[in-house]
Design a protein around this ligand. Structure first.
Ligand SMILES: [Zn+2]
Length: 1012
């Protein structure tokens, strides 16, 4: 990496002082005084065909989605950030009561016990169905509307129109013509908004401080009543979509999705490109594009195809009036029925292997099967049964078998794409380099595991276990932290489930359909399978002279290279033979999972009934935990939950060590060690994770250990986790000692023994995974690489990624690992919190378990904790750092420019901290409007509070393909000058609105125990 420091310097605008007439004025002036352009960096990226890759695994089901599959269809086309402007205070006239039908209400609607909201489902006269949720204590309200149409409804000559249409709705309506009216109103009233377009659905949602729901809903409803599709906005917004598409073209997730699309039947809309760009949207035929937008809107945006969710603090009756008044003028009609000429994957499109070349150094396999649509068995969910078994990671599972060979990094299974006519069900495996070298054996093992499940037949006891987990999940469901997230998912559920089941439906597993499960199992054969293999290893082959003769070709839109091959019986036989060799005559050990011993039975609450009636969930009223124990090495805090009344508990331990000061080697080895411990525990802890109980072991610059979830079986899991840390270290030491004298390979193997070989292999696999992660980092988005360097530049005494890479490249070394871990654990100071459904006695017992393990490790108290220091950038000077990433990633078209203005230590001056937050909030809307909407500098534009350790500041970030960072930097400076004036000119009333909005945002009630 080439690093060219301080190429040019510019001075920021002079500090301003103003009269301090009002407290608000004072706040603003205080900020202006602090807004010195003290540090600045821009980082130019000319990065190559490489970007974030989750592999297809990530693409299809979310990297760690386990088996609880999401039913969304692949990556969403997402808007980022907000647009906005001021609201003329016009109110719609109250309308008379209209013929509105109540579809379900009160106890008819099945809710989780203890849900504070009351619900009602309506149908307006125009056919629009509405779910109302009333919670008198909600300080933030929200709404979401999902239309049953999406990219599948794109006209053939305007690919991307649905997505473009979604963008255009934000740019003005007849009643509120200003293009940022809606977003600005929300921003000034403690809210924001977003939208996403999927294959057959499009969702819009927002949140706002509760007193402003009426006005916000008025602006929102106009999206669906009178969008203007203002001609002046069309060209500009088309550029925004185009740069969104450019962004996606450098991300493996999106590139591989395009390859998957290319495997579908060309007559099915899934085959088509759907993001849109200047060409497909007709940038040289704007009048026609506008006509098509209007026409398309008329055809598809009809009340009968929409579901609305409104969450507010008013009564259900008031909410009903509000929804009726605002939405009664949405045009009636039922939209268009979704019929396609063929299914996406008819038999001609399956029984094939697709090889793809990713941008990143990554490798994965996905086995996909088309199955009947999810909609067909909503209360039996046969695909969930399959996903549970195929995605299992316990003893005897596919994951376990692959892991024993050191072939698997991650594995997940579930519905990858869900359409009205079909779903694509998948098993996704991200491979280690060793696994990549044995792809054929991996596939043979995969089919053997499917066969194991098929021949065992449908098992009712497994279904029952799954059903009870789903039931527990619903009965103890925690609310989404954000009401707009709740609204968005409920709007989708309303499309899918009957009115009275809108909340429970996604959890419901009411019918055991062994016939359907058997039928699905019989479908999961190689002949019906589409296998996607992604590997960096194909790069050479795909770019060789003869590549096109061999069938390699670039995908039409994002140009990822791929090749299609038939999957015939010969292939399968060869794979099977290779697997036999790998197994060396041993059985594969594949079997169905044992009953899950982590399913909680005891849900009793530690706080007694009357307790906690007065406890609020407001952040400023939350009482701190009590100090319970200080043993010199471990300080314990404890708080029993009285507010959330959920049978959950969280244990969080910060283990301070001297590892970071000891150097990058110890840090790297500790990270490796944590990964090996987690890997070694995986078959044991997987059942716990399925049963809502998880743990995490992580070393950043200190060790963080957390265990949380249903409290019933938590102590069992914790005991094993902390115990394994000590056991594993001892094991590694013993083995390292035993192999010391070995002089030949034979002696070495004998000295290692089975367990030694296993551990050495685990260490090697984790080393490769970590090394790959670190090396891939330079191919991340430019903004995230830039952000890393920014923190490196300002943090004193910090190790660099390249130093960690150097350590990892030395190869696996049991003795060095053990020595480093010993060093790290020689002196520790643990700060531990036990929070939730646990008594003081139970908390102490948890602390004792941790202490015992530390004692076993021989730890002594750590005398002094490490202090992190941030470099103070000199006043009035501006330093620009440029990083040229071209050498590492020449195909990356985006550049990122990030400017940071340091302000000072946090918590030193609370009113200054408040100022920074307030200014960032106002600045974001202004920066977005100028730098993104008007100047079209790129898809990512943000102004936000910058915090590094204890130092706060303000930062502006722009990532885009068009302008040179130096130019972008100048434009940011110019905007900032104007923004200063904007602030000066802002009316007291508008300013006050922003203050209130920020206060509202900061005083949100917690909705989950973990947030507290
Ligand atoms: Zn978009």
């Amino acid at each position: 990496m080439s690093l060219r420091p301080a190429l040019y310097a510019s001075t920021g605008p002079a500090a301003r002082t103003g009269s301090s007439r009002t407290p608000n004025r004072q706040l603003r002036d205080a900020w202006l005084r602090h807004r010195r352009s003290v540090g600045q960096q821009s980082q130019a990226g000319k990065i190559p065909l490489a970007s974030i890759s989750l592999g297809l695994g990530g693409l299809l089901a979310g990297a760690r989605a386990r088996h609880f599959s999401k039913t969304s269809s692949g990556p969403w086309l997402r808007r980022s950030g907000a647009l906005g402007l001021r609201a003329p205070l016009c109110r719609a006239l109250a309308t008379e009561t209209l013929a509105t039908k109540v579809l379900a209400e009160g106890p008819e609607i099945r809710t989780p016990p203890g849900d504070p909201r009351s619900y009602r489902v309506l149908q307006l006269e125009n056919g629009l169905q509405v779910l109302l949720a009333s919670d008198p204590s909600a300080s933030t309200s929200a709404a979401a509307l999902t239309v049953h149409c999406g990219t599948f409804q794109d006209p053939q000559d305007r690919l991307g129109l649905a997505h473009f249409h979604e963008h255009m709705l934000f740019l003005g309506t007849e009643k509120f013509p200003k293009e940022d009216e809606y977003s600005k109103y929300l921003s000034e009233h403690g809210g924001d908004s977003n939208a996403f377009t999927m294959s057959e659905y499009t969702t819009y949602y927002f949140k706002v401080a509760s007193p402003f729901l009426d006005e916000a809903l008025d602006r929102f409803a106009q999206f669906f009543i009178s969008p203007t599709f203002d001609p002046s906005g069309i060209e500009r917004e088309m550029k925004a979509v185009d740069s969104e598409s450019t962004n996606y073209s450098t991300e493996d997730g999106w590139r591989l999705l395009q390859v998957l699309k290319a495997t579908a039947a060309p007559e099915h809309p899934f085959f088509s490109f759907d993001v849109g760009n200047l060409d497909t949207l007709g940038s040289n035929d704007l009048d026609n594009t506008r006509k098509q937008l209007v026409e398309w809107n008329k055809t598809h945006y009809q009340a009968g195809a929409m579901k609305l969710v409104v969450v507010g603090s008013d009564s259900l009756d008031t909410l009903q009036e509000l929804a009726t008044e605002k939405f009664c003028s949405v045009p009636a009609g039922s939209g268009r029925e979704m019929v396609y000429p063929v299914k996406p994957w008819p038999s001609s499109q399956v029984g094939r292997v697709v090889k793809c070349v990713p941008l990143k150094d990554s490798r994965s396999i996905s086995a996909c099967w088309p199955l009947p649509p999810v909609q067909k068995y909503l209360f039996a969910k046969p695909e969930l049964y399959l996903a549970h078994l195929l995605g299992h990671e316990g003893a005897g599972s596919l994951h376990d078998a692959l892991n024993q060979f050191g072939w698997v990094d991650q594995l997940s299974s579930g519905t990858a794409h869900s359409f009205t006519d079909e779903q694509l069900f998948a098993i996704n495996i991200t491979l280690t380099p060793e696994g990549d070298a044995h792809r054929e054996e991996v596939l043979a093992l995969l089919f053997e595991y499917v066969e194991t499940i098929r021949s065992a037949g449908p098992k009712e006891e497994i279904f029952k276990e799954l059903a009870s987990l789903q039931e527990i999940g619903f009965a103890h469901k925690e609310d989404s932290p954000l009401p707009d997230d709740f609204a968005a998912s409920a709007a989708m559920a309303l499309h899918r489930y009957p009115a009275n089941e809108v909340l429970r439906g996604p959890f419901a597993l009411d019918e055991w359909r062994s016939d359907v499960v058997a039928e699905y199992l019989s479908t999961l054969t190689p002949t019906n399978c589409l296998i996607m293999v992604t590997s960096d290893g194909f790069r050479e082959e795909s770019t060789a002279q003869s590549a096109s003769d061999q069938g390699w070709k670039p995908e039409e839109w994002y140009k990822a290279y791929y090749k299609l091959e038939a999957l015939d019986k010969d292939h399968l036989d060869q794979w099977r033979e290779k697997l036999e060799v790998a197994l060396q005559g041993q059985p594969s050990g594949l079997k169905l999972p044992e009953p899950n011993r982590f399913i909680p039975n005891d849900f009793s609450l530690r706080a007694s009934d009357g307790e906690g009636a007065e406890v609020t969930k407001l952040p400023m009223e939350v009482l701190p935990p009590n100090p319970l124990m200080d043993s010199g090495m471990l300080r314990l805090w404890h708080k029993v939950d009285k507010a959330f009344k959920t049978p959950r508990e969280y244990v969080l331990a910060h283990v301070h060590t001297a590892a970071y000061d000891a150097g990058p080697e110890v840090v790297t080895m500790m990270r490796l060690f944590c990964s090996v411990v987690s890997d070694d525990l995986n078959t044991f802890s997987y059942d716990a994770s399925v049963a809502g109980l998880g743990y995490n072991l992580e070393f950043a610059d200190n060790l963080t250990m957390s265990v949380g979830g249903f409290n019933d079986k938590l102590p069992d899991l914790l005991k094993v986790v902390v115990g394994r840390i000590a056991t594993l270290l001892e094991e590694i030491e013993t083995i390292a000692e035993a192999v010391k004298g070995a002089s030949s390979e034979e002696e070495l193997l004998a000295a290692l023994g089975d367990r030694g070989q296993e551990l050495l292999e685990k260490l090697e696999v984790q080393r490769q995974i970590l090394l790959q992660d670190y090396k891939n980092f330079t191919r991340e988005d430019p903004w995230s690489v830039g952000n890393y360097y920014l923190s490196q530049l300002t943090m004193r005494k910090s190790w660099h990624l390249s130093e960690y890479i150097e350590v990892l490249e030395r190869g696996p070394d049991l003795a060095a690992t053990a020595a480093a871990v010993r060093t790290a654990f020689s002196h520790v100071q643990v700060d531990m919190l036990v929070h939730g459904n646990a008594t003081a006695e139970e908390a102490k017992s948890v602390a004792d378990t941790v202490c015992a393990s530390l004692k076993r490790l021989g730890a002594e108290p750590l005398k002094e904790l490490r202090k992190k220091e941030i470099t103070q950038l000199p006043l009035n000077s501006t330093t620009v750092f440029e990083y040229d990433l071209a050498a590492l990633n020449p195909a990356q078209e985006n550049c990122s420019t990030q400017v940071v203005y340091q302000v000072g230590p946090t918590n030193e001056d609370l009113s200054r901290d408040a100022c920074v937050s307030l200014v960032c909030r106002i600045a974001h809307v202004s920066a977005f409007q100028r730098l993104r909407t008007e100047l079209q500098l790129g898809y990512i534009v943000q102004a936000f509070p910058w915090v590094n350790e204890h130092i706060c500041g303000f930062s502006v970030l722009v990532q885009g393909p068009h302008e040179h960072p130096q130019k972008v930097d100048e434009l940011i400076e110019t905007w900032l000058e104007d923004f200063g004036q904007e602030l000066e000119a802002m009316t007291e009333e508008d300013f006050q609105k922003n203050v209130e909005a920020l206060v509202n945002e900061r005083t949100q009630r917690y909705s989950r125990l973990l947030q507290e």
